[in-house]
Structures are given as structure tokens and as C-alpha cells.
Design a protein around this ligand. Structure first.
Ligand SMILES: Nc1ncnc2c1ncn2[C@@H]1O[C@H](COP(=O)(O)OP(=O)(O)OP(=O)(O)O)[C@@H](O)[C@H]1O
Ligand SMILES: [Mg+2]
Length: 591
């Protein structure tokens, strides 16, 4: 009797309950038979078990493998799932991303309670094309050399892919080709996928090419990729990463494209992709147990201008003119708001209003600012190169703000203040520099509290050096404007009189989506009128005049920052001409 026999015998005699308990757990039930008999039985059961499964349409992994080889189909490792829309889904909007190759459809799904979802559809390849694509991709991965100097990546990939496809006999000019070959007609279709995977962003390529997308986020394995759509807000897509390697490889690829590094040792990444899209990623399951994750904030090729903000309803022309007047007179503004509220975009639009001849220094962690000024120094902080606690080579925002003052800027723009750099910024404001910044906070009160607490530690006495706080919010619109149900609004503009004392200069009215302004109350305008030796009425008239100019620009469709800068320069020139023309009359008056 073998040991196993003995054990099984013991089991059955000494502890009959255990036997039944075990069988309940789903393990094969042991009987009075010997071990070898048991083995046979189990094998028999296994055999029988596989058969009914097949008829039910569910196959084991090995069976699927056999099926695949039997049918001679390409071996599909499904790294992602692209779900088809359910038949009861209603199309909300369809638009083409790349003619003949890709499009997206926004659908309303009953299973989401009428909520919307984003369906990516790309040209479908035949099984033969799929097989050739897979083989060719493997060959390219192995054999493609980097392009020679002067040859662009697209041309290089096109010519080399064609050469390799011919060399390996994957494309044949005959009507009837083998299953692992295609005719030249398939070439453009294969090329789409080669471009997508080797030069583009692979499975997220379509989303990355959709101008309506603000950001893309992957929260881990087995969950749909989410996007933030400019028109329909947050939506799940029909794309889900199911393979850990595919997701990790994409994260590594994005990291390399950003010239950065991500690894088990350094699993957190904050970087910028070549197209200036912002990338935040985590690697594998090191700190995100559901698998690697990433969020890409799309970069807007053309930043929002002040005219765009009026067009979008974020501000009105009067408010734009007021801000312009402040910025011309080196007043400082802090844009306050929550995550993704539009702080940086608003900051950029405001900074673009700074007199084109002024000197500007911007200080940021990630280079997001994009202003039309020629005399502009853009500074970006740098992470440490060292391992451990020694921060070799690190250049912080604090270092940069300090360094920026030596450049004697007219305006210092700090992308976002969070730490001790705030203290230096306020010192710069105290010494007569103009300053613009953003601050993450849900209200002006909270913003001021943050400013005066660690780690920013700005003294309460310094707080009014910020002349105006602009609160930007992403809000539900009272009545759907066009197709938009939400928008971004400067919900309030407040002048900072003292710590805890603010004067409301404009207020957004949520009932009719309009702005109320109280410029007559403005202390900043009072100060400007004194500084410029003009009456407050004259200043208010000028704001009205500038508002008309902004309305004109909007009507003429002039929205680009560079164009607007020209108009601003022109405005000052003609203003100066008028002043000179009026000067002798003004001098004559006292006589
Ligand atoms: N006024 C606006 N109208 C419509 N969309 C806007 C507006 N301002 C910004 N956006 C869009 O909102 C998104 C977030 O903008 P932005 O980066 O300026 O926000 P943020 O508050 O600085 O975000 P974060 O908290 O990440 O720094 C961007 O995709 C941008 O294009
Ligand atoms: Mg920002």
C-alpha cells in the first residue's frame, strides 16, 4: 500500500465528514477506490467535462488553441477589447477622425441609464490581412534600422515596410494568394495600422487624434478607457486593456516619447509628450494595484485667447477689457479654481494681454504657457537625477522664481503656486513687478487661507499684493448653450483689499448665464486713474471702448493671440497719437 493509499484510507475511515466537506468545495470527490483508479477516474471526468463545454460554446484555453490551428486562423492574443455598441444604443453624433480609416460615434446607452459612451471604430482587416500585419510587425520590430539623417520617419517606415513585406513574400501580385499573403490592394490598409502602431499611439491613436478630447485616462486593467469630451464631458469608451504587457508597453512607449523614465524603482511619472500633451502615469502594480495607469491631458495647439474666452462665455467683453486695463498697469492677478477648471488656460489668455513689448518670465513645472511675446523667458523646473534622499541637480520652482528676478521681468508668471515659491513671488510683487499665477482652491477665502499657511507662508500683510482674484469654475449651464450642457465661467472677480476683505467686481449670474459688473467700486481702477492722472470716468470710458474693440475682434473672427497682440500694439500707438494730438490743446486750456 502506498502512502497515498494509506492517507486516503485514513481519510475515509477516520474523518468521513472531511470527505464530504471537501467535495463541497468543488474538488473531485474521492471514493473508496485506489489512487491509480482515482487518477483514471479524474482523467475520465476531465475528458467528459471538456465535451459538454464545447457544445455550450465555451472552450478551454487548450481547446481554443487547437481550434485556432485547425481553422488555420491567425493567433489573436487579445490585448484589448473594442466592444461593439449594443443594438438598442442611440447614435448621438458620429464624426470622422481619419477619412476611410477611423471614426468615432457618441452613443446614448439604455444600460447606462441614457448615459453616453464613446465608440471608436477603425477599418477592419480581413483575417489574412491581420496575419500579414502581425508577421510584418514582428519583422519590422526585429529588422528596422533608424532612418538616415534627412529622411523623415513616415517615409522611412513606408519604404522599409514595403521592402520587408516583399522580401518575406507577404505581398504577391497574383489574384490568388496564400492565407499568409495579401495582394497590393491591402497595402494602404496595412499601412494605416503600421503608422498607428509604430509612429502613433497604438490602441489610443484615434482618441489622441480627436480634437474634441480634453483628456484620456486609463485607470488599470479590465476597465474601460475614459475620456473627457469637450461637448459631452466624461464618458467611457469601448476600449479596455485586458493584457498587462500591452498596457505596460504602452506606458513605457509614452514615457520614452516624453524622454523620461518609469520603472519599478520610479513608478510615478509626470511628463510631457512631444506634442506637448501632459502625461501622468504609474507603472505596473507598484503603487496602483489594478495595474499601470495613465492620464493624458491633451495640449491645445492654439491656446485660448481673451477673445476665445468671450466667445466661450467664460467672461464677457467688459470683463476682458477690465482685465486688459489691469494687466497694462502691472496689476497682479491670481486665477483660482479646482482641478481642470481652466486655471492655466485663463492665465495664458490673461498673460497674452500683457503689452507685447514687455519682458515676461514664466515659471512652471510642466511647460504649458504659450504667449505671443518675443521677450519671453520660459523657465521649467527640473527633477533630481540622484537616487535616495540626495536631490542632485534638482531645480525647484523656488529656485526658478528667485532666478527669474535677476532677469528683471516686467511680469513674472508662475504657472501654479503651491509651496515656498509663493513667498518669493510675493517679494517680487512687493518690489514692483507685475505678477500672474494660479492657485488651486475652491473659493477666494480658502485660497487666502492656503496662501498664509505652510508651506506657502505668505504674511497676511502681503496678501493684498494680489490685486485681483479670478475664480474660474466648470459649471452646469442653466440652459444648454448650443449642444453644451456645461461650461467654464469666471464666476467672480474680487479685488483683494486686505486679508479677509474683498470687493466683488464681477459676478456670474447662474440664472441667465450673464455677468454683472461693478467697476465703479474698483479700487484698482481708482489707483490706475491716480497713477495716470485721469479721472475715473475717463478710465471707465476707456474700458467700454476696449470692450467694443474686443467685440469687434470677435465679430471679425480674430481670435489668435498673435493677431490680437498686433491689435493691442496698434491700439496703444493710436492712443498715443491721439494723446499727442490733444496735448497742445490740453496745454492751452489753463491760459
Ligand atoms: N474657458 C474654457 N472653455 C472651455 N474649455 C476650457 C476653458 N479653459 C480650459 N478649458 C479646457 O479645460 C481643460 C483644462 O484646462 P486647464 O489645464 O487650463 O485647467 P487647470 O485648471 O489649469 O487644470 P489643472 O488643475 O490640471 O492645472 C483643457 O482641456 C482646456 O482646453
Ligand atoms: Mg493648470
Amino acid at each position: 500500500m502506498t502512502l497515498t493509499d494509506k492517507n486516503s484510507k485514513q481519510n475515509e475511515t477516520s474523518n468521513p465528514e472531511k470527505k464530504t466537506a471537501k467535495s463541497k468545495t468543488g474538488f473531485p470527490k474521492l471514493s473508496n477506490k485506489s489512487a491509480s483508479q482515482n487518477k483514471e477516474e479524474i482523467a475520465k471526468q476531465e475528458k467528459q467535462k471538456t465535451r459538454p463545454e464545447k457544445t455550450e460554446g465555451k472552450l478551454t484555453f487548450m481547446q481554443s488553441l487547437r481550434e485556432i490551428f485547425k481553422k488555420n486562423l491567425p493567433l489573436e492574443t487579445s490585448t484589448v477589447i473594442f466592444k461593439e455598441p449594443p443594438s438598442n444604443a442611440e447614435v448621438v453624433e458620429t464624426y470622422v477622425i481619419q477619412p476611410s480609416y477611423s471614426k468615432v460615434t457618441v452613443m446614448s446607452l439604455p444600460e447606462l441609464g441614457g448615459g453616453k459612451a464613446y465608440f471608436i471604430s477603425e477599418l477592419k482587416l480581413t483575417p489574412e490581412e491581420n496575419l500579414v500585419l502581425k508577421r510584418l510587425s514582428n519583422i519590422i520590430e526585429r529588422e528596422l534600422e533608424p532612418p538616415k539623417a534627412g529622411v523623415d520617419a513616415i517615409t522611412h517606415l513606408d519604404t522599409e515596410a514595403k521592402r520587408l513585406a516583399k522580401e518575406y513574400g507577404l505581398i504577391k501580385r497574383v489574384r490568388k494568394v496564400r492565407k499568409d499573403q495579401v495582394t497590393p490592394d491591402s497595402w494602404p490598409r496595412l499601412l494605416y495600422y503600421l503608422h498607428r502602431d509604430f509612429l502613433g499611439f497604438g490602441h489610443i491613436h484615434v482618441v489622441m487624434n480627436d480634437p474634441m478630447i480634453e483628456d484620456i485616462s486609463v485607470s488599470g486593467l479590465g476597465m474601460p478607457v475614459y475620456i473627457w469630451h469637450r461637448k459631452y464631458e466624461s464618458m467611457p469608451t469601448n476600449l479596455t486593456f485586458t493584457d498587462e504587457n500591452a498596457l505596460d508597453n504602452l506606458i513605457v512607449k509614452l514615457t520614452h516619447l516624453s524622454n523620461k523614465h518609469i520603472s519599478t524603482a520610479f513608478p510615478i511619472l509626470d511628463a510631457m509628450l512631444p506634442g506637448k500633451d501632459r502625461l501622468a502615469a504609474t507603472f505596473r502594480r507598484e503603487i496602483t494595484p489594478k495595474g499601470g495607469s495613465f492620464t493624458i491631458r491633451r495640449f491645445k495647439e492654439e491656446p485660448f485667447s481673451i477673445v476665445d474666452l468671450v466667445e466661450l462665455g467664460t467672461i464677457d467683453a467688459q470683463i476682458a477689457a477690465y482685465i486688459w486695463m489691469l494687466v497694462e498697469n502691472r496689476m497682479s492677478i491670481a486665477v483660482i479654481g479646482g482641478t481642470g477648471a481652466g486655471k492655466t488656460s485663463t492665465l495664458n489668455a490673461i498673460a497674452s494681454l500683457i503689452k507685447p513689448q514687455m519682458k515676461l518670465v514664466t515659471v512652471e513645472e510642466i511647460p504649458e504657457m504659450n504667449v505671443p511675446h518675443e521677450n519671453w523667458i520660459q523657465m521649467v523646473s527640473r527633477e533630481s537625477y540622484g537616487l535616495g534622499t540626495v536631490k542632485t541637480g534638482e531645480v525647484t520652482l523656488f529656485d526658478l522664481v528667485k532666478a527669474s528676478l535677476r532677469h528683471r521681468p516686467d511680469y513674472l508668471v508662475v504657472g501654479e503656486i503651491r509651496g515656498e515659491e509663493a513667498f518669493v513671488l510675493f517679494q517680487a510683487l512687493a518690489t514692483g513687478h507685475g505678477g500672474l499665477t494660479t492657485l488651486h482652491a475652491d473659493s477666494i477665502d480658502y485660497a487666502m487661507k492656503r496662501l498664509t499657511s505652510p508651506p506657502m507662508n505668505v504674511s497676511k500683510v502681503y496678501v493684498p499684493l494680489i490685486n485681483v482674484a479670478a475664480m474660474v469654475e466648470r459649471i452646469q449651464l442653466p440652459s444648454a448653450t448650443g449642444n453644451m450642457t456645461f461650461g467654464r465661467r469666471i464666476t467672480s472677480l474680487s479685488e483683494v483689499i486686505d486679508y479677509g476683505e474683498y470687493k466683488t467686481i464681477s459676478k456670474w449670474n447662474p440664472i441667465n448665464d450673464t455677468f454683472e459688473t461693478f467697476f465703479e467700486e474698483s479700487e484698482a481702477l481708482q489707483r490706475i486713474s491716480v497713477r495716470r492722472g485721469r479721472s475715473i470716468k475717463g478710465i471707465l470710458d476707456e474700458i467700454r471702448e476696449r470692450a467694443l474693440l474686443i467685440r469687434d475682434l470677435r465679430q471679425q473672427g480674430i481670435r489668435n493671440n498673435v493677431e490680437i497682440a498686433k491689435f493691442i500694439t496698434n491700439y496703444y500707438t493710436s492712443e498715443a497719437e491721439i494723446a499727442i494730438a490733444q496735448e497742445p490743446i490740453a496745454r492751452k486750456e489753463p491760459v
